[in-house]
Design a protein around this ligand. Structure first.
Ligand code: ZN
Length: 469
């Protein structure tokens, strides 16, 4: 059995002007890419002839530069041959390409142009996939994460491979069906372990038990993509009954719509000033405050000094700003010596909408910081500015897990208020956090649909519109 495998992931955000480039991806090809996907053992156990293509994974960000996307996509497609028995792809589902739209749709079209429609293609995706209508026409099975925060990445990769094996063994080429709910709920109000999403996930799991059902997948979508297809979508794959698949998808879409008023932020969510003041007066020893509008794990630039200015203006003490991206400020720290006092302007270097701040502090640490994708995110510097300690990164970064803080010898537990550029805390950080508050800050990952300035999304759309069904 000859199977080609490829992975291309970057959660897109079309509201940020900062484009994603080839060098932003953690990239591997050949045998090295096989070490980064979770299905290699399965393929070896079945004695498959494996055709590795590429693994490319970037921190969520703006649209990918078109030529860089084509370089990635061609690296996958070039390896595909007509004698393949199947193709397995691990994609995000909300990656966008400059002047092109959905990266997944563009890639899958290129795949079909190369191999035609007689070879099964199985796709694993993120729970936040915004699938266009073309996706289920181009793939034979679409499955995805079933947890948010995500804890089932590898399981999802393996399920997509099991489904591919099933399609090959049974010589079937299913046609997945899609339905949509015209409801945009930000990811930070959607956790699969909690109602109402828990109820929807359970309903999907029940439908998946129907005979011949291959995958019943709920996708919350990613709200920061300005496209007609943005929002929750339900992709159902039955081995031969397309009508039943369509009915199940529509049932879940209706259920989601009916529960639209029941979604709420699952952590304390406040205006920025109130969030910082509440954290400052909290009895817990460490309180996280999420700068949710500049959330790098939702694709925002991560260069906005809005919260840094607010911390300074409010006179908050014992605070850690983790962190802010500013290449020039980081370079200046590398030209100085540890212990030197520096005055720097930080922020606003990528996005012109981002604020700048001036800080003066003692350089206490320099070193490379671990990335979101577990590789090297490049240089970082830590400045002790008295009341506030500031982490400056040369590249966009995400201090979303304890191991990332450890990579720069930073003990966040020593601070009372820790500002992070996240939405809800990642599970690894949430497990250690005594308390977390989400601040409704402005930016490309704003939590408020009315502030997103979306112009292409379909209408009516809750919460901009209501009671339209
Ligand atoms: Zn996601």
């Amino acid at each position: 059995m000859k199977i080609a495998v490829g992975a291309m992931l970057c959660e897109g955000n079309s509201l940020t002007p900062v484009l994603t480039k080839f060098t932003d991806f953690d990239y591997a090809e050949g045998d090295k890419m096989l070490e980064k996907i979770a299905v290699t053992e399965m393929l070896k156990l079945r004695g498959c002839d494996i055709v590795p293509t590429i693994y490319a994974h970037a921190l969520p960000g703006g649209a990918v530069i078109k030529s860089d996307f084509l370089r990635l996509a061609n690296s996958i497609v070039d390896k595909l041959t007509p004698d393949l028995d199947g193709v397995w792809l691990y994609l995000h589902g909300a990656m966008c390409v400059e002047n092109l739209g959905s990266a997944e749709e563009a890639l899958l079209k290129m795949v079909r142009d190369k191999i035609g429609y007689d070879i099964p293609v199985s796709v694993a995706m993120d729970f936040h996939a915004d699938n266009s209508d073309e996706i289920p026409r181009l793939a034979n099975c679409v499955t995805g994460y079933r947890t948010a925060p995500h804890c089932d990445r590898e399981e999802t990769e393996r399920r997509a491979m099991e489904l591919l094996f099933y399609m090959i063994d049974n010589k079937i080429l299913p046609r997945p069906q899609i339905a949509r709910a015209n409801v945009i709920i930000c990811g930070d109000a959607v956790q699969t372990a909690l109602s109402p999403m828990k109820d929807i996930m359970e309903a999907a799991a029940e439908l998946e038990k129907l005979p011949g059902m291959l995958s019943v997948q709920v996708f919350n979508g990613q709200p920061w993509i300005d496209e007609e297809y943005t929002g929750p979508n339900f992709v159902v794959t039955h081995e031969n009954d397309e009508l039943l698949a369509k009915e199940c998808a529509e049932k879940l879409a209706k259920m989601f719509y009916d529960k639209r008023h029941d979604f709420e932020f699952l952590v304390e969510a406040l205006e920025p000033k109130e969030a910082l003041l509440r954290a400052d007066s909290a009895k817990e020893s460490t309180v996280f405050v999420s700068d949710s509008g500049d959330n790098t794990t939702a694709g925002a630039a991560g260069d906005n000094a809005y919260m840094l200015n607010l911390l300074q203006n409010l006179g908050i003490k014992d605070a850690l700003l983790a962190g802010i991206m500013d290449a020039d400020a980081c370079d200046a720290c590398y030209k100085a010596k540890i212990g030197d006092t520096l005055t720097l302007t930080v922020g606003g270097s990528l996005s012109e909408k981002s604020e700048k701040a001036t800080i003066t502090g003692k350089l206490i640490h320099r070193g490379d910081i671990l990335s979101y994708q577990y590789n090297n995110a490049g240089p970082s510097a830590t400045l002790d500015c008295g009341d506030i300690t500031v982490v400056i990164t040369k590249n966009r970064a995400a201090l979303c897990r304890p191991d990332i803080f450890e990579s720069i010898d930073l003990d966040y537990k020593k601070f009372h208020v820790v500002v992070v550029k996240l939405g809800y805390l990642f599970p690894e950080l949430a497990a250690e956090a005594e308390r977390a508050i989400l601040a409704f800050t402005p930016g490309a990952s704003t939590e408020r649909l009315q502030d997103m300035g979306l112009t292409k999304i379909r209408r009516p759309m809750f919460p901009l519109d209501d009671n339209f069904i």
